[in-house]
Design a protein around this ligand. Structure first.
Ligand SMILES: [Zn+2]
Length: 130
């Protein structure tokens, strides 16, 4: 299945820096301005200092002026379906809605589509902070 977000996520995965886990992951966001922003996981020899593909893509979106995630694709080289980790679900939720689509991809394309509401039904939020 051809899908521009899948293609962008796969290209981003190829740029991953994962010398320790050897577990490349890529993510691609379509932002509210229609632009695609990509990211990959970036590891560090001090393991907790590395970060996932999704915050890399979120950072690129924010720096380019985007503020909302319309949809996001995630791909990992060695997993049939790579779902965002718990921390990333909260990071995505900051810029998404319950209806935001998350495309879980393998090397052939989008294999499963879920919504943010399905991935993180009780995201941390408080009206006090908004
Ligand atoms: Zn993550």
């Amino acid at each position: 299945m051809s899908h521009d977000l899948f293609e962008a996520a796969r290209a981003a995965m190829a740029k991953s820096y994962a010398p320790y886990s050897k577990f490349p992951v890529g993510a691609a966001i379509r932002a509210d301005d229609g632009k695609i922003h990509v990211g990959a996981n970036i590891e560090n020899i001090s393991f907790p200092q590395g970060w996932c593909a999704e915050p890399s893509a979120i950072s690129a979106m924010i720096m380019a002026g985007g503020r909302r995630i319309e949809e996001i694709a995630v791909i990992a080289e060695k997993l049939p379906l790579c779902t965002p980790c718990g921390g990333c679900r909260q990071k995505i939720a900051e810029f998404a809605s319950a209806e935001t689509r998350i495309y879980l991809c393998d090397d052939l394309g989008v294999q499963k589509t879920v919504t943010m509401g399905e991935l993180l039904p009780y995201a941390f939020e408080t009206d006090l902070l908004r």
